[in-house]
Ligand binder design. Structure first.
Ligand code: C2O
Ligand code: CU
Ligand code: CU
Length: 578
């Protein structure tokens, strides 16, 4: 289609759907195309992903979003989802992306505990998806429109109506007003798309961003802030020689799939941090607070800070402290050398560069992909072993303080004897006769099967995730923050005949997992036991694996929180819900 045809096409669209504002994004694309024709950067001047210089671009920090006003005393935000082009590396042509407020990653929200906000989420995307949609996936079958979005604030305690349930999607030209009460501990939350059956594609296109919740406890800690507090959104992407995003999932054995067909995992070839490929950050020889989020579709990361010149040299690690998890500060800082994050997990880190003036520190990854990936089948997958560099080259700023880690913070631990019920969830994978995945399930059920989990508001329960598959799964619950009780092995042959027999030592959570979590990893052959208090609101919520390929097909289930009913004799029970 040449430019004139496109303009006519545009007119047609605008005429037939007058409410749409997506003309703007097409215009932007045309402008870029015109620039290429009229002597702007020519395609030949750009490089390909294989020939890019590493660490050529500074790390971008997404801008903060501000409210546009207040209504009934509540700050009002509005966020437009649009299509646009953005360079992921200065040597690559701009990449077509979807994002919030015209940027990838989306703008950072900074909210205060106890101060609710409202966000108007507006879908201004085109009506055709960037990526091919697999019409066999639940929720993505015709006549479902191609482009559907619904934002979810991951880790937040919100009413069901504002939670962004997968089926509550809306199309271009529509919007939704969501309320976030911010009535929970200060922590690193994030928002991302959650539309049924296409979450993997929408998030991959660029729809994710940080939401930092702050409170008094945090302020009193005097943690590094301003230029010394750095959000890091780690993602993996595959980009073709024209700079186009490629979504090409594979089978576990790395066998490619026909275009548009769902695969059990997507593992990108290139590291992208805050929307930049191989960025660097110049830092002072002092303490920094890093708020790390693994925002990849399927990739686990095992991170360390390495001073050696190349990833194949003997590593020279800088130790660091983790002070916070998904849902708040840890009871006490955990000293570490290495950090494992499954998709959607966050870590609040303190790293001290003060002894490393002049050094270059590489944020390195050595997690197997797929994770934990014990087979030799995956040798043809290119390793993704570096994300970014920290260069300790800036002069120390005047207000340099000595290293101080937060002392113990108040923490209310859940006790096993508070639990009033235990629920078991068997994670399984269906295979075809070549051993290729047809999809993943929880207790043999998919998202559309009737609700089987009804919990009472305010009660504590023990949930056990039993992993009978070859992959580790990062299991996530909406509405709540939970605590990991322990992990343990199980007898696999007994499980095959339907009996759960726990074997081996109980493994307590590591120090850096002994806090509030909303996502936790369960390894193959393991049972992960968590304690959850269902606090906040009644209504419909969901839980799922946060590998987005798994969530879409179909390792996700609904659950229902119901109110307590107090009888005349003072005993309380939950009403039956079917
Ligand atoms: Cu990150 Cu169902 O969410
Ligand atoms: Cu969530
Ligand atoms: Cu999974």
């Amino acid at each position: 289609m040449d430019v004139r045809d496109r303009r006519d096409f545009l007119k047609l669209c605008v005429a037939s759907v007058p409410a749409l504002a997506f003309a703007r994004s097409l215009d932007a694309e045309q402008a870029l195309g015109a620039e290429a024709k009229s002597g702007g950067p020519t395609p030949q001047a750009f490089r390909t992903p294989a020939t890019l210089d590493r660490y050529a671009d500074p790390l971008p920090i997404p801008k903060r979003i501000l409210p546009h006003g207040t209504r009934n005393g509540i700050s009002q935000y509005s966020v437009r989802m649009t299509e646009f082009k953005q360079q992921l590396h200065s040597q690559l042509p701009p990449t077509r992306l979807w994002g919030y407020e015209g940027q990838y990653p989306g703008p950072i929200f900074e909210a205060q505990r106890g101060t609710p906000i409202e966000v108007q989420w507006e879908n201004h995307l085109p009506t055709t998806h960037i990526f091919a949609i697999d019409p066999h996936i639940h929720g993505a079958m015709p006549p479902a429109p191609q482009v559907r979005t619904v934002p979810h604030l991951h880790g937040s305690r919100t009413r069901s109506e504002s939670d962004g349930l997968p089926e509550k999607w809306f199309i271009p030209g529509q919007s939704a007003l969501y309320q976030y009460p911010n009535d929970q501990l200060a922590t690193t939350l994030w928002y991302h798309d959650h539309a049924m059956g296409i979450t993997r594609l929408n998030v991959y296109a660029g729809l994710s961003g940080f939401f930092l919740l702050r409170d008094e406890v945090e302020r009193k800690m005097g943690l590094p802030s301003g230029d010394h507090e750095i959000p890091l959104l780690l993602q993996d992407r595959t980009i073709d020689d024209q700079g186009k995003l490629v979504y090409a999932p594979t089978h576990e054995d790395a066998v490619p799939l026909p275009p548009g067909v769902w695969g059990p995992e997507f593992l990108g070839e290139i590291p992208v941090v805050n929307g930049r490929i191989f960025p660097y950050l110049d830092v002072e020889p002092t303490q920094y607070r890093l708020r790390v989020l693994n925002g990849s579709n399927s990739r686990f990361v095992s991170l360390f800070f390495n001073r050696s010149k190349s990833p194949t040299d003997i590593p020279s690690l800088i130790s660091f402290h983790q002070i916070g998890t998904d849902g708040g500060f840890l009871p006490k800082p955990a000293a570490m050398n290495k950090l494992l994050l499954g998709p959607a997990e966050r870590a609040d880190l303190i790293i001290d560069f003060s002894e490393f003036q002049g050094s270059v520190v590489t944020l390195t990854n050595d997690a197997a992909a797929p994770y934990p990936g014990w087979t030799a089948l995956h040798e043809d997958r290119p390793p993704l072993n570096e994300f970014m560099q920290f260069r300790v080259v800036l002069p120390a700023s005047a207000k340099e303080r000595s290293l101080s880690l937060p002392a113990a913070v108040p923490f209310s631990r859940l006790e096993e004897n508070q639990s009033i019920a235990t629920r078991d969830f068997i994670l399984s994978e269906r295979m075809d006769d070549q051993g290729h995945s047809l999809g993943v399930r929880i207790n043999g059920k998919g998202y559309d099967d009737p609700v089987t989990e009804t919990v009472t508001l305010g009660s504590v329960e023990k949930w056990r995730f039993i992993n009978t598959t070859d992959d580790a799964h990062p299991m996530h619950l909406h509405l709540v923050q939970f605590q990991i009780l322990h992990r343990q092995g199980f007898n696999i042959p007994a499980m095959q005949s339907g009996k759960l027999e726990l074997v081996g030592k109980l493994r307590m959570p590591a120090d850096n997992e002994a806090g509030w979590k909303d996502t936790a990893v369960v390894n193959p052959g393991d049972v992960l036991t968590i304690l959850v208090r269902f606090e906040g609101y009644t209504g419909r919520y969901v839980f799922h694996c946060h590998m987005l390929e798994h969530e879409d097909n179909d390792m996700m289930r609904p659950y229902e929180v119901v109110p307590v009913v107090v009888r005349r004799d003072g005993t309380a029970t939950a009403p039956k819900v079917d």
